[in-house]
Design a protein around this ligand. Structure first.
Ligand SMILES: [Zn+2]
Length: 106
């Protein structure tokens, strides 16, 4: 059965493209998940208290964030995967979808 489906897939023109597309979709997460994931986080600078709502990248973790007000370069606290997990009011999208450690899996 498995071999048959493999052969069938090979017979379809552009199968490789389809697989690549599938991977891209998986990378962007299942659609059901996306709708539940909060992409806006209110980042608060630990140095000056300035806060700003930022949009988080879905497919990557952000390691650095420059505070708009005091220009401090924020980095994640030890144990956190990104600046949003450390200083935002919402965990980053990978953590929302996969839990702690969901970040940087790819
Ligand atoms: Zn600041």
């Amino acid at each position: 059965m498995k071999q048959d489906s493999r052969r069938n897939r090979r017979a379809i023109a552009g199968a490789a493209v389809a697989i690549l597309e599938l991977r891209a979709i998986r990378r962007r997460w299942r659609e059901a998940d996306i709708s539940e994931i909060i992409l806006q986080s209110n980042l608060t600078c630990p140095l000056c208290g300035h806060s700003k709502i930022e949009t988080m990248p879905v497919d990557a973790c952000q390691w650095f964030y420059e505070c708009e007000q005091c220009h401090a370069l924020l980095r994640p606290r030890p144990g956190d995967c990104c600046v949003f997990c450390s200083y935002g009011n919402v965990p980053c999208p990978p953590v929302q979808a996969h839990g702690q450690g969901g970040c940087g899996q790819d």
